[in-house]
Design a protein around this ligand. Structure first.
Ligand code: KG4
Ligand code: ZN
Length: 395
């Protein structure tokens, strides 16, 4: 089965074409084509993602990306649209006049691809960004007469680990989802059956990385920057540790940060207090590069300790043999290593996404789309009834 997938929830426009088979018991996927346009350089100026700009960029790039993805499917064939199709598509894309003009010019010159369905991210995310993908997918569904499958972005992050896995997954699975907008522990009872068992009460972990980075005058997105400084600090203290013990010990004591909610009975998180503690610790000071590295390291240590403790608690509480981790923050090497340690400690199976699939991408949305077609009661909804929802929840 071939699935075309579209993702525009934040600052990446991504389209993928997947070949999927094997059903729920033995799903296998091949990425036939994948195109992605990242807007990170544009948003860096604003220190975060600027929704109106994100919408404009998605709108500008989505059709060229589709043409790239369908390259081998035969561009320059004629697929004349009927009056009824044109009227429907014009209505769907009425708020995106430039995209509509391009759509009506280009799509009739592309032969209808041999796909079984289109999967599109409907939320959570930035509403103006999500709507571009949703409206574009709706227009394609009518132009090509294809089924449209709405996909939750967080579900996509869970499926990002499935792409290169050969073995079966043992349920229940605990999914730790750590991104710029979310921090959640999800109980996956079976494919398509989710329960959020813990989540952040304030900032998401990626958001905390980004905000702390800004305090340290580091560019957006802050996660990779903090991680780079933290590992430099660790390497340095390893070196000086071998020379003098007292020196490195003193450095750590200087910037001890709190671990909010570390010992609470629930599976929830809170990162805003940690962020504020960083703010207080640097207030009125001009930081040297060494001090920035030390703060980055202590911040990363604090986040890691909290994530590991709550994930461990969830795994034990639900007797789960499998841990899956998804979302942009799992690009972080220190957190990855700590999770590998945890999995050994508890003797459970850990699945992490490949490094090129940690961020937002349409491949994971296509995988989730395929799994949805295989469920006993797949969602059956007319394309025009699909809505983007910025706060869409998994369960
Ligand atoms: O999943 P994602 O690409 O987008 C959302 O759906 O939010 O996650 C983006 C987040 C950003 O906050 C970014 O700073 C963070 O992931 N991130 C990292 C690292 N790489 C990206 N955080 C910590 N360490 C990293 N190496
Ligand atoms: Zn994401």
């Amino acid at each position: 089965m071939k699935i075309l997938a579209i993702e525009t929830s934040c600052d990446e426009t991504s389209i993928a074409l997947l070949e999927c088979s094997g059903g729920l018991n033995n799903p296998t996927y091949t990425t036939l084509r994948h195109s992605l346009n990242s807007q990170i350089n544009l948003h860096r100026e604003y220190g975060g993602v600027y929704p109106t700009l994100a919408k404009r960029e998605h709108s500008k790039n989505i059709l060229p990306l589709l043409v790239e993805v369908l390259d081998r499917e035969g561009v320059n064939n004629s697929n004349k649209l009927s009056e009824a199709q044109i009227s429907k598509i014009s209505h769907i894309l009425e708020r995106q006049s430039d995209l509509l003009t391009q759509f009506l010019k280009i799509i009739p010159n592309i032969s209808i691809p041999e796909i079984n369905a289109i999967a599109v991210t409907t939320g959570p995310g930035l509403a103006p960004a999500l709507w571009v993908g949703v409206n574009f997918a709706q227009a394609l569904a009518y132009a090509w007469n294809k089924k449209l499958i709405p996909i939750n972005h967080m579900e996509g992050h869970i499926f990002s680990v499935l792409i290169h896995k050969k073995e079966n997954f043992q349920f229940p699975i605990i999914a730790l989802l750590i991104s710029g907008g979310h921090t959640q522990l999800v109980l996956v009872k079976n494919w398509g059956e989710y329960e959020i068992i813990g989540e952040t009460r304030d900032d998401a972990v990626g958001e905390a990385f980004d905000k702390v980075a800004r305090m340290l005058d580091l560019p957006y997105p802050g996660g990779p920057e903090i991680s780079r400084l933290a590992s430099q600090s660790r390497n340095k203290s390893k070196l000086s540790n071998s020379k003098s013990h007292t020196n490195s010990k003193k450095q750590i004591q200087d910037t001890k940060l709190p671990r909010p909610m570390l010992n609470t009975d629930d599976l929830d998180f809170s990162f805003s207090g940690l962020k504020t503690a960083v703010l207080y610790s640097i207030k009125g000071r001009t930081l040297s590069d060494e001090e920035k590295k030390e703060i980055a390291r202590e911040f990363e240590d604090a986040v890691t300790e909290i994530l590991i403790k709550k994930t461990k608690k969830a795994l034990i509480q639900y007797g789960a043999p499998t841990l899956v981790v998804g979302g942009g923050v799992i690009a972080n090497t220190h957190i990855r290593e700590a999770l590998i340690e945890l999995s050994k400690d508890l003797n459970i199976t850990l699945h992490l996404p490949q490094s090129d699939l940690t961020g937002d991408n349409a491949i994971m949305i296509g995988v989730a789309g395929y799994i949805h077609t295989q469920l006993p009661h797949p969602v059956d909804i007319a394309p025009e009834d699909i809505r983007a929802e910025s706060n869409q929840r998994l369960n």
